[in-house]
Ligand binder design. Structure first.
Ligand code: MN
Length: 725
């Protein structure tokens, strides 16, 4: 536990004008009101606010924040009121304590709607003054350090999850990298202790193998730089187990492939020295490609500035170098706390949102004010603001912020919808890369566009932003309707032709009303999508043919039932001129609707009393229902030799790629092989595939098999099977 004089000394070290008397008063006040309260660790309760204040001195925060840290639990856990605090420590401190108390009272584990509402309150409270968040983060850090004293595993887990999901991202957002790393690693230890242990073991192994690698590398790096006249302070460290784990998950890499288990900070005097150091490092050691980042000329939005590069260092180990000046280093370590302007009147306090580094906070408030539902707000904020983000740049240096996992296509749509629609390729940091590449922080993204390009449905499977997804979907919808229109036109032309009529738009226009459509194109699309059959449209145009149909050859699926009824009542052993051997004369016959037997198929008849015989293919699934009734099975076969030129309906299952033109291909292949689509139904539609059932008019099973073979040969068609039951 830090002593009173130590705390004062620490503050005085970075702020000589600090009000020592006020600090001492806060110290005594907190100690007195917490009295004999104890922590779960057995320590006096007062040790906690004291440690929190101690953590904050590392970040060199102002006096009011330190005093707030000392008092932060007094209102929540003791008889003390805000009035008492205001009287003893002034308005500023009492407002800060109030803010921290509010944050403390908010719990995140409740149901979704409540969680959203609580998060809203949380943001509102911290946006009053960013120092509230600084104190709260230090409070959480100390609680995480002492988490193991909590007995209840459920409670430990809840706190760890909250830390991972909310506090660590907030710490990162305000640039407190060290705070973020420690919070994450502590939470990781609670949430996934086995993974953390195995990574520690692996790190130990590497450390043993390499001996005192870090000091040796530092010594050699210092010598290399000193030889060239650069004065540098070098710090080396291993990444935390969590950040190693995160990288492994994120990049799907094995341990050995990670280049930056060791990172070295090279702190030099001037910006010029930064670039000189980079040149020396690149001259002295082989460079790991693709690792160079210049956050000097384009700082991260949280203010971070540094040069990053990867080299095969002095010991042939892959190491990461972060090169920066002392001032930049301070900001990198302390983030928002390094800027003194978080204080009221200097861009902080009530106007916290005005300073550029708080733009995210202002945006957050904006979303809060405009979100219709708490859930909507949560989605915006938690998903888009607090999920990790990547910050990328246009070639002109404009910053584009995207959610993690975003691709160049997301980037293109974020720049402008037109750019997204027309993008054909991308250069990331000057190199041509696939459009599905995941963008990384600091990437410069150059989108190559072409007037001829249109959005590809395959993009939908990898974009992550709502804007990109909705634009692509909108385009696919319009494309689909084009495809259906083409297909529908082809089906109708054929249906008219089969009846001996010429197909005209005029004829269609006359029957639009019958089908409750307003445009010819819409009716075509309905036919193409299988909602209407070609036959139905032909019948509407020429009502006279309905009678004729009963003797006709074309049997659209929708009418198969009428036809069977007809068959049942009449000529035994024959349906539509189909001859089948093995039937009792006079028996009604129908072809099963489940398997659509075709001449040439091996078939079986199933007798149903009073209804006649139903013909199934021998491999039809429906036959399973009759295994216990062998007396109903009838051995039948097609009456070959009968010059059968009849038309039969075969049914297939088909999965076709969901890309423009594929439905057109499909109908072309079938038509080229003399088949005629009589019905088409899309059973499932995903981003990758259409699954559909298609009825094709064919002569016999060989004809259908030929069509299936031709379909299988088409690259746009993924799979084709005959429908079986
Ligand atoms: Mn506390």
């Amino acid at each position: 536990m830090i002593r009173q004089f130590e705390l004062v000394e620490r503050v005085k070290a970075y702020d000589p004008s600090a009000d020592e008397e006020a600090l001492n008063r806060a110290y005594v006040f907190a100690m007195k009101v917490h009295g004999t309260q104890t922590r779960l660790s057995g320590d006096p309760y007062f040790s906690h606010p004291l440690e929190v204040a101690g953590i904050l001195t590392d970040y060199k925060v102002d006096m009011a924040s330190i005093i707030t840290a000392l008092l932060h639990d007094t209102v929540e856990d003791t008889e003390t009121t805000l009035k008492d605090i205001k009287k003893s420590f002034g308005k500023d401190v009492s407002r800060l304590v109030d803010g921290v108390t509010k944050l403390t009272r908010i719990e995140f584990q409740s149901d979704q709607a409540k969680q959203a509402e609580n998060f809203r309150k949380f943001v509102l409270a911290m946006s009053e003054d960013i120092r509230v968040l600084l104190v709260k983060l230090a409070d959480r850090l100390h609680n995480m350090r002492t988490l193991h004293y909590i007995k209840d595993p459920g409670k430990r887990r809840r706190i760890a999850l909250e830390t991972m999901d909310i506090y660590a991202p907030l710490a990162e957002r305000i640039g407190m990298q060290g705070m973020k790393n420690e919070l994450e690693d502590l939470a990781f230890g609670e949430l996934n202790p086995d993974a953390r242990k195995s990574i520690l073991k692996r790190l130990d192994f590497l450390r043993e193998k390499g001996g005192d690698l870090i000091p040796r590398i530092i010594t050699e790096l210092e010598k290399t730089l000193a030889d060239k006249g650069i004065n540098a302070v070098i710090e080396g460290r291993e990444k935390t187990p969590y950040s190693v784990w995160d990288k492994m998950q994120d990049q799907d890499l094995g341990f050995e492939q990670l280049s930056d288990i060791m990172a070295f900070r090279v702190i030099v005097d001037t910006i010029e020295d930064c670039y000189l150091t980079l040149g020396i490092a690149h001259g002295a050691y082989p460079v790991v490609p693709g690792r160079f980042k210049d956050y000097l000329s384009t700082p991260k939005p949280n203010g971070y500035r540094s040069l990053h590069t990867g080299v095969f260092g002095p010991e042939r180990q892959r190491i990461e170098l972060q090169i920066r000046t002392a001032e930049m280093h301070d900001i990198a370590e302390h983030g928002v706390a390094a800027h003194w302007n978080y204080k009221e009147g200097e861009g902080g306090g009530k106007n916290a949102g005005a300073a550029p580094q708080y733009r995210w906070l202002r945006e957050l408030l904006d979303i809060i004010e405009h979100a219709a539902e708490p859930e909507e707000f949560l989605e915006h904020t938690k998903l888009e603001m607090f999920k990790d983000q990547v910050f990328c740049f246009t070639p002109r240096g404009d910053l584009i912020t995207l959610p993690k996992g975003a691709t160049p296509v997301d980037f293109a749509y974020a720049v402008h919808s037109e750019v997204g629609d027309r993008c054909v390729g991308t250069k990331i940091n000057g190199r041509m890369m696939p459009l599905r590449s995941e963008l990384r922080n600091g990437d410069q993204v150059d989108i190559i566009t072409s007037e001829a390009q249109t959005p590809s449905p395959t993009w939908e499977s990898f974009v992550v932003t709502g804007k990109a997804r909705s634009r692509i979907r909108r385009y696919i919808r319009s494309q689909e309707s084009d495809e259906y229109t083409k297909l529908g036109t082809a089906i109708l032309e054929r249906a008219f032709e089969d009846e001996g009529y010429k197909f005209t738009n005029k004829a269609i226009r006359n029957v639009l009303k019958v089908f409750k459509q307003t445009k010819v194109k819409d009716l075509f699309a309905k036919v193409g999508a299988g909602v209407l059959t070609g036959r139905e449209v032909v019948e509407a145009v020429f009502p006279g043919i309905r009678k004729k149909k009963d003797d006709g050859k074309i049997v659209p699926l929708a009418h198969a039932r009428d036809k069977q009824a007809k068959a049942r009542s009449g000529k035994g052993g024959k349906e539509d001129g189909v001859s089948i051997k093995g039937l009792i004369p006079g028996m009604a016959l129908h072809l099963a609707n489940c398997c659509h037997p075709l001449p040439g198929d091996r078939i079986v008849g199933i007798v149903t009393t009073g209804k006649g015989v139903t013909i199934h293919t021998i491999d039809c699934d429906t036959l399973e229902d009759f295994v216990d009734a062998p007396e109903r099975w009838l051995d039948v076969s097609w009456d070959v030799g009968n010059d059968d030129q009849e038309i039969h309906v075969g049914r297939i299952h088909l999965a076709v790629l969901n890309v423009p033109g594929s439905l057109g291909d499909l109908s072309t292949v079938i038509a080229r092989n003399d088949g005629n689509i009589s019905n088409l139904k899309i059973t499932e539609r995903s981003t990758q595939f259409f699954n559909m059932l298609i009825d094709i008019e064919v002569r016999d099973v060989k004809h259908l098999t030929d069509i299936i073979a031709a379909l299988r040969a088409d690259p746009a068609i993924n799979s084709v099977e005959r429908a079986r039951g």
